[in-house]
Design a protein around this ligand. Structure first.
Ligand code: PGA
Length: 252
């Protein structure tokens, strides 16, 4: 049985003061217990990882893990501005998002780079959350499955059996930050397609890999999405900034 995993991606938001309030509010909300068989993760911007790591320990938030939004494809060296996976591990991260559509769009990250990042994350004992997804144009021209399957295939080629230790996040680009959530059925169909594709490679990988949905997940659509058989949780952007909304999604 795959656990339900909810990951909050703060993107480039937060401050020392608001982060403190967020963790405090989530800690209070989680105090009375959370549904069993679920995992929760928060991904703050790099400079706040240390603060959030300390806060999570201070509030004894056993339910909440720390994640990062990206990692370098390189181990170490002359890569100004980059952050190595080993550094994220040292800061207490257990999950790292790679290949988010905003990285692909604004930083021209291609599938090969995404796979190299995932390998670095795996080599450092953390779980990569590999993002895939089609744009509105690609969906409207009937190419959604082809595009997503090609992104997944490139990860399969490089990561092979190590995919079993990864998460995949299906995030249709047209649904990210737009309020236009994919219907639960549209999301389920794509998740099922991805799982069947993985099964062609290796049944064990297909049955173990968690496939999360991302794109305008909110408290009022989370229940329906998470009820789908191939949706194993959510990668939540905007709604994760509000601790009450994040809690509501975690409990959905
Ligand atoms: P959103 O972002 O929830 O704000 O649509 C999701 C994401 O980019 O991971």
């Amino acid at each position: 049985m795959r656990p339900l995993i909810i990951i909050g991606n703060w993107k480039m938001n937060g401050s020392l003061a608001t982060n403190q309030d967020w963790v405090k509010t989530v800690a209070r909300g989680m105090e009375s217990g959370m549904p069993a068989g679920r995992q929760f993760v928060v991904c703050p911007p790099f400079p706040y990882l240390a603060q959030c790591s300390v806060l999570i320990k201070e509030y004894s938030l056993a339910f909440l893990s720390l994640g990062a939004q990206d990692a370098s494809a390189h181990e170490s060296g002359a890569y100004t501005g980059e952050v190595a996976a080993s550094m994220l591990k040292e800061m207490g991260c257990t999950y790292v998002i790679v290949g988010h559509s905003e990285r692909r769009q604004f930083h021209h990250e291609v599938d090969e780079v995404v796979a190299a990042k995932a390998l670095q994350v795996l080599d450092n004992g953390m779980t990569p959350v590999i993002c895939v997804g089609e744009t509105a144009d690609e969906r409207n021209s009937g190419r959604a499955e082809e595009v997503v399957c090609s992104q997944v295939a490139k990860q399969v080629n490089v990561l092979q059996d190590r995919l079993v230790d990864c998460l995949i996040a299906y995030e249709p680009v047209w649904a990210i930050g737009t309020g236009k959530v994919a219907s639960a059925q549209v999301a389920q169909d794509m998740h099922c397609t991805i799982r069947l594709q993985l099964a062609e490679f290796n049944d064990d990988v297909a049955s173990h890999v968690g496939i999360l949905y991302g794109g305008s997940v909110k408290p009022d659509n989370a229940v329906e999405l998470f009820a789908m058989p191939d949706i194993d949780g959510g990668l939540v952007g905007g709604a994760s900034l509000n601790p009450q909304d994040f809690l509501a999604i975690c409990q959905a």
